[in-house]
Write a protein that binds this ligand. Structure first.
Ligand code: ADP
Length: 265
């Protein structure tokens, strides 16, 4: 019996080694699969604006250029497609840098209420066009000074408010509320839009995931906005939370530290 013991030991070592190797192989296979999927996704996303631009330019070259009105219309559309291609490539680069940890965060003190006012002002024109009202709710007695990377938090707020407006209906509303807790400021972006089904809620932060592919694309998104939001907040050791009711609307929330030292009484 005792002579079997060393054999068993060797067996167990071999098993452990085989298991570790299998795990390595699984990880490599997953990485390869992930890469393949990513390249397929990107190619697919890039094709849309490239095809559109090609279409307009070839039609112009085939004779449409002779007509002054058609010429202007097609050139404007080609320029718009190239602009969306530019946004897509920029977003991809941002996301890639974030995922590889190459993005630096520069922290400063700033007023979150003022930042939100700026974002809303910048989006107001688009909101008017869609007949969506954007409201900011805060307590004028309170201070909302935080310590964070200002341009990146601007991007987070811009993406969330833009989505609230973009996936809304005419006459709808986006309400942005600021609440302070003991050590944090909570930002809620609540919309009266179409809402997100429960099975999609977890996946909307994945890159290129869209709830209704055709409808979201029609609305001009890159499908990368929420993935960027998630990464930026993770970089701040914060998280994005979402709750939604189909047909009623959604609430996206996150928190940042409240800088009490800078409190204005
Ligand atoms: P996109 O550029 O397509 O808007 P996002 O990453 O910002 O990409 O969002 C991913 C998807 O989540 C969107 O395509 C849309 O289907 C859904 N979504 C995001 N925000 C909202 C919202 N406020 N209301 C309803 N659906 C939303």
């Amino acid at each position: 019996r005792s002579s079997l013991s060393p054999l068993r030991k060797i067996n167990s070592v071999i098993n452990t080694y085989a298991l570790a190797r299998q795990k390595e192989i699984d990880t490599l296979q997953k990485t390869a699969e992930f890469r393949r999927e990513f390249i397929a996704d990107i190619s697919h996303e890039l094709k849309t604006p490239i095809f559109a631009t090609q279409g307009y330019i070839h039609t112009l070259l085939d004779g449409a250029i002779e007509d002054k009105h058609v010429r202007m219309r097609f050139l404007k559309r080609a320029a718009k497609s190239l602009d969306s291609l530019d946004v897509l490539v920029q977003d991809l680069l941002t996301l890639n840098q974030m995922e590889s940890g190459a993005v630096r965060f520069t922290y400063t003190d700033f007023d979150l209420k003022e930042l939100l006012q700026e974002v809303i002002e910048q989006l107001e024109h688009k909101a008017d066009k869609r007949e969506v009202a954007i409201k900011l709710d805060f307590d004028p007695e309170k201070s909302y000074i935080t310590h964070a990377d200002k341009p990146k938090i601007y991007r987070v707020c811009q993406n969330l408010i833009f989505n609230g407006m973009n996936y809304n209906h005419h006459g709808g509303e986006v309400k942005v509320s600021l609440k302070t807790h003991k050590n944090t400021i909570q930002v809620d972006v609540k919309d009266t839009g179409q809402g997100i089904p429960p099975e999609d809620l977890k996946r909307i932060f994945e890159r290129f995931y869209r709830v209704e592919k055709s409808r979201s694309k029609e609305k001009g998104g890159t499908g990368l906005g929420l993935a960027i939001v998630k990464h930026i907040l993770e970089g701040h050791k914060s998280k994005i939370a979402v709750s939604s009711t189909v047909g009623k609307g959604s609430i996206f929330s996150f928190s940042l530290p409240l800088d009490k030292e800078k409190k204005v009484d």
